[in-house]
Design a protein around this ligand. Structure first.
Ligand code: PDD
Length: 284
């Protein structure tokens, strides 16, 4: 039986009840974070904490608890659920109030919910097989750097990809790839350079992305942060994605074009191994 956190209490999941007036439910007026757990410890907790504060600030929402309280809550969820490997999902909403487009009065208690998902992350079979990607239009709003729970379009895009026999979709705006449905995207050019979209409102500023770029630098790869087209990706030597939970996963085809020899590429494999090595060393 899973124990979840809701507004200060640890409860069996079926006892965690949220008001239907919650603005997370009525307006998607909420932000979230997903933090990975390996060996019972949290990867990049402080990166997620900093991005949470940034998302809340951009939506003029308060920060419901301090860093140490949040860390303690995450650790309690890990230990109460006996999680060795998996994810912690955290959601903060503007709270419950009668339905109104205007924000509720200041002081309305925010809703804070968190749960664990036990899941093998290191031994992921997709790391050996690679992912098939198709591209679809990016029809999300313009503030993709705010980690809101407005995930309907990414969910539709994921289903469109599955309907086309692929594993995930890369989103394209103004002829350029922004990111995946729930991950950042990378290609490796013929001369061995790693290319990933530069930071802006067009993409989520991935915590894993930052760690992966540091790994790439350490391993001596050349790196460029710029946008690329779906056509450039289709002709790339290799490609990969990053996110909490997937770490680094290779891409082996884009829109039916096989990359390289159709097997996971060496850059993706080296970065995945280095990311896991560092995560094991630095998780708290
Ligand atoms: N998704 N881009 C988007 C649109 C995302 O939703 C995510 C994460 C990322 C990668 O960010 P990070 O490295 O900080 O996980 C990029 C999470 C994992 C999710 O929605 O489950």
């Amino acid at each position: 039986m899973r124990v979840v956190y809701l507004n200060g209490s640890f409860l069996p999941e079926e006892e965690a009840l949220i008001s239907p007036f919650d603005r997370g439910f009525l307006f998607a007026d909420a932000v979230y974070e997903v933090t990975s757990v390996i060996e019972g410890r949290l990867i990049d907790f402080d990166g997620h904490w900093e991005r949470l504060q940034r998302s809340l600030g951009m939506l003029k929402m308060g920060v419901p608890m301090d860093r140490d309280t949040l860390l303690d809550m995450h650790r309690q969820l890990v230990s109460r659920n006996g999680i060795d490997e998996g994810l912690i999902y955290l959601q903060v909403t503007r709270g419950a109030a009668d339905r109104d487009f205007a924000f509720p009065p200041e002081g309305t208690p925010q809703t804070v919910f968190a749960m664990t998902q036990a899941k093998g992350l290191i031994d992921n079979p997709v790391a050996k097989k690679g992912m098939k990607i198709v591209t679809v239009d990016d029809l999300r709003w313009d503030l993709c750097d705010v980690k809101t729970v407005q995930l309907l379009y990414p969910s539709l895009a994921k289903m469109a990809a599955k309907g086309r026999g692929a594993d995930d979709a890369w989103l394209v705006r103004d002829g350029l790839v922004t990111e995946g449905t729930s991950n950042n995207t990378y290609i490796v050019t013929d001369d061995g350079e790693i290319v990933t979209r530069d930071l802006s409102h067009a993409i989520l500023h991935g915590i894993t992305r930052k760690a992966v770029l540091a790994c790439a630098e350490r391993l001596g790869y050349r790196l460029v942060e710029r946008a690329f087209t779906p056509e450039e990706a289709e002709g790339a030597r290799e490609a990969f994605i990053s996110s909490a939970g997937t770490f680094v996963l290779p891409v082996v085809s884009i829109n039916g074009h096989t990359l390289g020899n159709g097997a996971p590429g060496p850059v993706a494999e080296a970065l995945r191994a280095e990311y896991i090595r560092v995560a094991r060393e630095t998780a708290i």
